[in-house]
Design a protein around this ligand. Sequence first.
Ligand code: ADP
Length: 375
Amino acid sequence: MKLTRKLFLSYLLVVAVSLLVMAISASLVAPAEFSHRMGYRSGGTPGPRGGMGGQTTTPIEEIEVGFHEAMNTALVGAGIAATLMAAVISWFFSQQIVNPIRALVKASRHIADGHYKERLSIHASDELGELTHSFNQMAETLTETEIVRQQLLGDVTHELKTPLASIKGYMEGLQDGVIPATPETFQLIHREAGRLQRLVRDLQELSRAEAGQLPIQVQNCDAPELIESAMDRLFPQFREKGITLQTNLPDNLPPLYADYERTEQVLINLLGNALQYTESGGRVTVMVSRQHRQLQFSVEDNGIGLETEDLKRVFHRFYRVDKSRSRASGGSGIGLTIARHLIEAQKGRIWAESLGLGQGSTFHFTLPINFTKTS
Ligand code: ADP
């Protein structure tokens, strides 16, 4: 039952019970009081208005006075009883409202002190029950955020450790004269510093993406133009590694409703991965197909492939299938996580497919078609 109705009914109940108590008390007290007073008067004692001044009162006046006095006494008694009863019932109802609020106040203070496990049991289906439910949900979200925060901190520390230890090792070696101060040594230190720089840049981007703070400016985009622009950036590296980069695009593709730069960023990331995880002499194909109200982009390679259990995990932050290989090439395991955030922020979906290790892999993502421009 809703709180408003509960409160309304409780007020009605207080009034009804008070009236009932009053009626019962009055009906019990008034007759007895009346006969007591009448007996007192008929015993010849002077009435309140008579006697003292030498005046006598008529029997009717005696009855009237007796009646009024009896009624007054009965009303005072009944009023006190009704007030007491109303106070008891009101106290009971106010406790029903105040107790859950007190529990909420106590629990929120506990959470503010960092005890995120605090939860409250829900006893009612009214607004207070809903408030308790929302409180529990908030506590759940806080707990998850805290876990993610701790994991992120652990992951970042772990990622920073390797290049830092490496730079420190080289520097100590140089100081002790164990490592020669050759251009190659400085090149190695420079490479580790570059890795740190990339990691910090990726982390900044990741934290903004996870907080939903990467600005997305959707506009009318041409899919073939987007693909060409992304491919142009990586073409020299593909040629250098001896990997064929080709497209398979149907004619008359409708325009996309997407952020040009962000979508290009995702394509570059997928092409960069395909380049990295495909051996020389391999082939990478970029395809687009129309799926109902969306365009589906696919980047297919015939590289090292992925095992089924890794297909989803590769989108988790810092996840790398082959850690040493990926790290050696500067991979931090963040690229696909950022790509997922960017695609989901544009109301699309991204996923990976592979028949297994050595069977190549295909990364797909969808983005909405801009119907306002096509119809
Ligand atoms: P990284 O910077 O390490 O490449 P990503 O988030 O882009 O980070 O990718 C996460 C992991 O997914 C990579 O470390 C790699 O193990 C795997 N991966 C990504 N793309 C491919 C691909 N085309 N073929 C095989 N494995 C891939």
